[in-house]
Design a protein around this ligand. Structure first.
Ligand SMILES: Nc1ncnc2c1ncn2[C@@H]1O[C@H](COP(=O)(O)OP(=O)(O)OP(=O)(O)O)[C@@H](O)[C@H]1O
Length: 356
């Protein structure tokens, strides 16, 4: 397996890009560590597949270099890069049996037959197709065929990386959960470098060591699920991760305080300078307290989700969401307070570091 360096990568699908808007990928510059599992997460059209295809060699980036373990592979073909890929839809040989489909990439590399059998049996069991091992792929469901594709991606241990592009789209919801956990286990056991494209946050957060959040052709944050939750670097990460997403409100900065409409909120940390452009306060619903003192609010809706309640309210005309425990009740005259630990300040959508 390999470390993958993305060295100042930019990509435009038209030949003569003039401005940033012409680039499907603005600048991507970072390293994926050897043996780590990464998820590329973001909404449709943000550039996930473009980035994955640049790593695999299916797309040649307009600018920048790709290195595997320090070796420049920018001009190498997909095959020469020695990677395994699993796509959204099954890629299988219909006339071969399940076993033969999985054995194929190994036999192609002249692996001794005893090793082929050991490895294929192990993977077939993992994907839950042992009972169909000798059946031709042709007669199987789309779901089973996609499991074969996954198996073929996982069967070789000599690849530089395994790349997955929304591989569980055609798999039914229960099996999705099972396969995702198995992929995670497999990753722990064999330490593959894995890159997994998805627009589903649950999928990304359960699978990955590090999540690469993309928005509008840019990587806006790379972090552990915890980093993304606690310290969203960009307001988009706040909205996109978490359910419900982060509250983001326009404010004016005044030293140690933020002015939100007519209210003054004390900020944790050192005084902040006034800045040009847009200032916002971001706070996750889990850090919004409903109490008897604080800023008076009007509750508009309470959704009981079993173990927690989602409370929607208006604060000076501004919509705000709080999450409270199942045993907690909404006070008769509700007030809102912000837990200082959950306050984030954003300047033009990017998080401002608040020193001690
Ligand atoms: N072959 C292509 N030619 C021209 N534009 C393209 C091509 N492929 C993708 N694009 C554009 O590049 C941008 C990024 O697309 P990409 O498929 O990488 O996004 P994505 O995040 O993977 O989206 P999805 O989840 O819908 O697959 C989009 O605006 C898309 O329309």
């Amino acid at each position: 397996m390999a470390r993958i360096d993305l060295d100042h990568i930019r990509h435009a699908y038209n030949d003569h890009p003039k401005s940033d808007a012409d680039y499907a990928l603005k600048e991507v510059h970072h390293s994926w560590e050897d043996g780590s599992a990464y998820a590329l997460l973001g909404p449709s059209g943000c550039g996930k597949t473009t980035l994955l295809n640049i790593v695999s060699g299916l797309v040649r980036a307009s600018e920048g270099r790709i290195l595997f373990d320090g070796k420049d592979v920018t001009r190498l073909s997909t095959q020469e890069r020695n990677i395994a890929q699993v796509f959204q839809f099954p890629v299988v040989y219909d006339t071969m049996t399940v076993y033969e489909n999985l054995a194929f990439p190994l036999r192609n590399r002249h692996i001794p037959e005893a090793d082929v059998k050991r490895k294929v049996d192990e993977i077939i069991e993992m994907i839950g197709l042992s009972d169909s091992a000798n059946r031709k792929a042709r007669g199987l469901t789309a779901d089973a065929k996609q499991k074969i594709s996954l198996g073929r991606g996982l069967v070789r241990s000599d690849v530089n990386a395994i790349l997955f592009d929304e591989p569980l789209t055609v798999i039914d919801p229960h099996m999705k959960w099972v396969l995702r956990s198995q992929l995670k286990q497999l990753h722990r056991r064999f330490g593959f470098t894995m890159v997994y494209v998805t627009h589903d946050q649950t999928e990304a957060l359960t699978f990955a060591d590090k999540v690469v959040v993309m928005y509008n052709g840019e990587v806006v944050q790379i972090g552990t699920p915890n980093d993304l939750f606690e310290r969203p670097r960009h307001t988009f990460v706040g909205y996109f991760i978490g359910s419900p997403g982060m509250n983001v409100m326009p404010i004016e900065i005044d030293g140690r305080n933020a002015r939100l409409g007519n209210r003054t909120i004390a900020l944790p940390g050192a005084p902040l300078e006034r800045r040009e452009g847009r200032s916002e306060l971001g706070i996750r619903p889990e850090f919004v307290r409903l109490c008897r003192e604080g800023m008076p609010a009007t509750v508009t809706k309470v959704e009981d989700l079993g173990r927690r309640k989602v409370v929607r309210a208006k604060l000076d005309g501004q919509d705000i969401v709080a999450v409270i425990g199942e045993d907690q009740t909404v006070p008769a005259e509700p007030h809102i307070a912000f837990d200082p630990a959950g306050i984030n300040i954003y300047a033009n959508s990017w998080r401002v570091e608040m020193g001690a």
